[in-house]
Design a protein around this ligand. Structure first.
Ligand SMILES: [Zn+2]
Length: 119
């Protein structure tokens, strides 16, 4: 299913409480994250190409109408934006998270497509 360029695999760290983002996640790193309302279900997935810590904080505090707040997160660093995008696509297709309305967008300034669904 994955092509030969797909050397990076999912190795998420967590689950951790959303109150401990600063403790676990280094600033100014690219990477991906998963948010959960119960500590076990992947409800939302995302990535940052520049600052994963800041992105998880902002994203975990985003209120979704009629839904409980996020309580836990997982994360994984990436070496660059394209690697982060590949990881994000893997998360998206693996979990089909209920809070993600659209397929992940490719990194700014690139035209890489999803290696799983070719979108
Ligand atoms: Zn895809």
């Amino acid at each position: 299913m994955y092509n030969s360029q797909s050397t990076v695999g999912l190795q998420l760290l967590g689950a951790h409480s959303v109150h401990l983002i600063d403790y676990f996640v280094q600033p100014f790193r690219a990477g991906v994250y998963v948010l959960s309302r119960d500590g076990s279900t992947a409800h939302y997935i995302g990535r940052s190409d520049y600052d994963l810590r800041d992105r998880i904080k902002t994203s975990s505090q985003t209120q979704r109408r009629g839904r409980l707040p996020y309580t836990h997160f997982w994360y994984q660093y990436a070496n660059n934006a394209v690697e982060a995008y590949r990881l994000e696509c893997m998360l998206y297709h693996k979990y089909s998270p209920s809070d993600n309305d659209v397929h992940p967008a490719s990194p700014e300034g690139t035209n890489v497509s999803c290696h799983i669904c070719k979108k």
